[in-house]
Each structure stands twice: as structure tokens, then as C-alpha cells.
Design a protein around this ligand. Structure first.
Ligand code: PNW
Length: 471
């Protein structure tokens, strides 16, 4: 679809156009203003954990450049900015509240509101205080209660101005990549701990939803990264079983407790040897399934999957680290990811815009009581080239965003209740185990000067927003 055709698409009234970042990836000031180590600060010091030995000390220096970054958002015409608060900044070491930490987010929220931009706040985008990891991290049930207290502190400081609250970003990554494959912080490769982390993050979500609801919050949700698990051979029972297992561990293990208050039967059976059944206490699922007002969907790519050993294995979840890592697929470590003949991004993730449409439509069909959906992340990393005049003609990223938006428009036509879209990311930033090597921004960051330049994709996105607003 051309930009012009897409500009002519009609979007639901009030559709929210946004862009997203996360605290650890952009803020820097990792040990300033009272902030202490998060698990990512500590993990970045492990040899071979992060590509190139990159760390989070400076990142995009957003902590110091926040007002001018908000001006950039205004230039782009964003309706909303999705950001996260850093637990290790708000409650360093998970001890007392740090007024300087809260003050930073309070100033950010004020800048946004003065610019007419809706703050969309995520409480957990993977940066657990390192002190809590030292008492077991997410494998420890108590961490869920610590999260609830932290959520309450943030709400008390910002709840008068922030109307949209997301508890967790992608619990898949912060449990299975953090505790099973070890690709993400804290880098543990302990399947049982990973399964406990899944359940304890669910519990933390439910506890926070109940507390914030009592305090008066009205728009509460969670963001999941979801995929279409596509069997390589839909006639082959071995491939079908692999797809079922991937769907279980990437999608249903999160969707069903949150939306239906149950763990799927097959997930429980597959994870029985890893203790899932043992750690679910009476009342947990009721807490976890507290009603939410929206579901955030992050989608980057689908997964073609097989149950046969495959020489062309390319698991898109394997990260960019040099140190040896394991499999995130607890109890299903044998599944493989053959490649299809599709274009790929710099992450080696396949580009298949129709997958997003299929996912959105399927969610509505499979979960009749599904709350409204927001695409809270979608975007692509490419190896950008800077022209002599400093501009960035990132045609592939521009096309990626345009084609995925066309796919969202189609899903809406087919009945999906999608109410907003956030490009990942506003700025090039710290791409976890890939360090600064992978660039997702619609705005370029020069890591020597920290100067920002809107890329062509950012200009195109701004035009689309303008067209949608004036339609
Ligand atoms: C998401 N995987 O991460 C995160 O929410 C962002 O912080 C991140 O920068 C963005 O997507 C791009 O990676 C993911 O292995 C990281 O499947 C890894 C995976 C998925 C999402």
C-alpha cells in the first residue's frame, strides 16, 4: 500500500498515534539522581552478556535531554508517548522512595501534558532493582508484593496526571529470556526459576491492578509480545505439536491466566516437571485475572516452527550476546525455527505485515471478552546510512511501518477493536543484549554527540498522523 492510500484510510475516532521507549534503554544517568543498579546495569558488566560490552550508563542521555526530546515528539505530532518508570530510580535498592527519581517522571509528565501529549506509563520494562535479584528476583514470590508497593508509590505521585497505566511490558522476555535462556538480565539459565518468574509476574500484575483500581485508576492494562506460531508442515503431527508448544509458551501461558483466570491444560501438563502446578496458590488466579481495560500488543514477527531438527535453525529469540545462552522454550527445547523466503530486518526477524492483521483478528476470535487492543510496539531495526547532509533515508523502515499500519487498518475492517499504535521506537537506543548495535528509532541518535535527527521514517510517520487527524 502506498503512503497516499494509507493516508486515505479511515481510523476509528480517537485512535491514538504514539511512539514508545523504555527507561533502561534511553535514560542513561544510571547512577545519578539517587538511582542504583538494576539487573540490567549488573548484567551489562558480565563478560559477553551484551554485544560490544555496551552498558546503560549514558544511553540516549534522555534523563538530561528530556525537555528537548518532548519537543521532538511535538514536532512529530504524537498523540501519546509510551515510556516506563525505572523501579531502581523510584525506589533504589527497593528501599525508601527516592524523591529525585519520582521528580524526573513528574517533570516528564508535566512536559508531555503541556505539549498536549498523553503520557502512557509502563511500570515494569525489565529493570528490576539488583537488590531484589539478590533475594531471588522474580523466582521469589515476595517480589510480586514488592512490585505492588512500588506501583502504589508511582501512582501516588503521578496518578493525578497519568491516566493510562501498563503494569508489565512483555513478561515473556523478563521471565523466559531472563531466567531460562539467560539472553536477558539476570542471565539465569534455570527453567524452574523461569516458570516461577512467569507466575510471579502475573501475580504482581494482578496485585498492582487491584491496588491501583482501589486508588482510582481507570485505564489499566498489560502489554504482551504475541506471535503467530506457524507449523512448517500443517499436515505433520510433529510440526503441529511444535506449533502448539510455541503458542503455549509465547502466547497462551500469558493470555489465559490474565483474561480467563486459568492456565491452559497443555501448558500445565508440559510444565508439570518444572513446578508450575506447585507454585500456584489458592486465590492467585483470581487476583491475576482482575479485569483490565486494555491489552497492549507488541508484535514484530511471526514464527515458523518445526518439531524436527533443522540445520537452518534461526531462533529469533536467541539475542546478540557472545556468551553461551540456552533455550527459552522450557520443556520444549527441541523445537526449531526454519526460515521462510521472506525479507528480514537487521535483527534477522522476518518481515510479514499480514501476520499482524492475522494476530489481531485471531485474538478477537479466540477471546470473546477481549478488552480493547493497542499496538504498544511495532517497528524494525535496519542498518541506517547517514547521508552527507545528515539526513537518514531509511526507506525499509518507512515501508515496514506503512505496511504494518495498513495491516492494522485491515484488521480493524475485519472487526478487531484496535484503538492505537505506538512505533518502536522514538529514538535509537540500547537494544538489550545487542547493545547500541541495532537501531529501531524513527529518530537517529548519534552516540558520539548524542544529537538527534528525525529520519525519513519519522517524517513519514508525522505526515500519516497529520493526515489521520485531518480526515
Ligand atoms: C521488545 N524476542 O523486545 C521490547 O519491548 C523492547 O524493549 C525492544 O527494544 C523491542 O522489542 C525490540 O527488540 C523484544 O526475542 C526482545 O522475541 C526480544 C524479543 C521480543 C521482543
Amino acid at each position: 500500500m502506498s503512503e497516499r492510500a494509507l493516508a486515505g484510510a479511515t481510523w476509528p475516532k480517537g485512535f491514538i498515534w504514539g511512539s514508545a521507549t523504555a527507561a533502561a534503554q534511553v535514560e542513561g544517568a544510571a547512577h545519578e539522581g539517587g538511582k542504583e543498579d538494576s539487573i540490567w546495569d549488573a548484567f551489562a558488566r558480565v563478560s559477553g552478556a551484551v554485544h560490544g560490552g555496551d552498558n546503560l550508563e549514558i544511553a540516549d542521555d534522555h534523563y538530561h535531554r528530556m525537555p528537548s526530546d518532548v519537543r521532538l515528539m511535538r514536532e512529530l505530532g504524537l498523540d501519546s508517548y509510551r515510556f516506563s518508570t525505572s523501579w531502581a530510580r523510584v525506589r533504589p535498592g527497593d528501599r525508601a522512595v527516592n524523591p529525585d527519581g519520582l521528580d524526573f517522571y513528574s517533570r516528564l509528565v508535566d512536559e508531555l501534558l503541556e505539549s498536549g501529549i498523553l503520557p502512557w506509563l509502563t511500570l515494569y520494562h525489565w529493570d528490576l532493582p539488583q537488590t531484589l535479584e539478590e533475594t531471588g528476583g522474580w523466582a521469589n514470590r515476595d517480589t510480586a508484593f514488592r512490585f505492588r508497593d512500588y506501583a502504589e508509590d508511582v501512582y501516588e505521585a503521578l496518578g493525578d496526571r497519568v491516566t493510562h497505566w501498563t503494569t508489565f511490558n512483555e513478561p515473556f522476555c523478563s521471565s523466559l529470556l531472563g531466567y531460562a535462556s539467560g539472553v536477558h538480565a539476570p542471565g539465569r539459565q534455570e527453567p524452574r526459576a523461569a516458570v516461577a518468574a512467569v507466575h510471579h509476574q502475573h501475580l504482581a500484575h494482578g496485585l498492582a491492578v487491584n491496588t491501583l483500581r482501589t486508588l482510582g485508576a481507570q485505564n489499566l492494562g498489560i502489554t504482551l509480545n504475541l506471535t503467530n506460531a506457524i507449523p512448517r508442515d500443517a499436515e505433520d503431527p510433529v510440526d503441529l505439536d511444535a506449533a502448539r508448544r510455541l503458542d503455549s509458551l509465547a502466547n497462551r501461558i500469558f493470555l489465559e491466566p490474565l483474561l480467563l483466570g486459568i492456565y491452559p491444560e497443555d501448558t500445565l501438563a508440559d510444565l508439570e516437571p518444572y513446578g508450575l502446578g506447585d507454585i500456584i496458590l489458592p486465590g492467585d488466579l483470581e487476583t491475576i485475572s482482575a479485569p483490565i481495560d486494555f491489552l497492549g500488543v507488541n508484535h514484530y514477527h511471526d514464527d515458523l516452527v518445526s518439531g524436527h531438527p533443522d540445520s537452518a535453525v534461526g531462533d529469533s529469540h536467541s539475542g546478540g550476546a557472545e556468551r553461551p545462552t540456552g533455550s527459552p522454550w522450557v520443556g520444549s527445547e527441541h523445537i526449531t525455527f526454519p526460515s521462510r523466503d521472506l525479507p528480514r530486518t537487521a535483527m534477522d526477524w522476518e518481515v510479514n505485515p499480514d501476520g499482524l492483521r492475522a494476530l489481531l483478528v485471531r485474538l478477537g476470535a479466540e477471546y470473546p471478552a477481549l478488552p480493547p487492543l493497542y499496538i504498544t510496539e511495532n517497528g524494525a531495526a535496519y542498518d541506517d546510512v547517514v547521508s552527507a547532509d545528515g539526513t537518514v533515508h531509511d526507506t525499509e523502515r518507512t515501508a515496514f511501518i506503512r505496511d504494518h499500519l495498513a495491516s492494522v487498518a485491515e484488521a480493524i475492517e475485519q472487526g478487531a477493536d484496535v484503538r492505537g499504535y505506538f512505533v518502536w521506537s522514538l529514538l535509537d537506543n540500547f537494544e538489550w543484549s545487542y547493545g547500541y548495535d541495532k537501531r529501531f528509532g524513527i529518530v537517529r541518535v548519534d552516540y558520539d554527540t548524542l544529537e538527534r535527527t528525525i529520519k525519513d521514517s519519522g517524517l513519514a510517520y508525522a505526515r500519516l498522523i497529520q493526515a489521520a487527524h485531518s480526515a
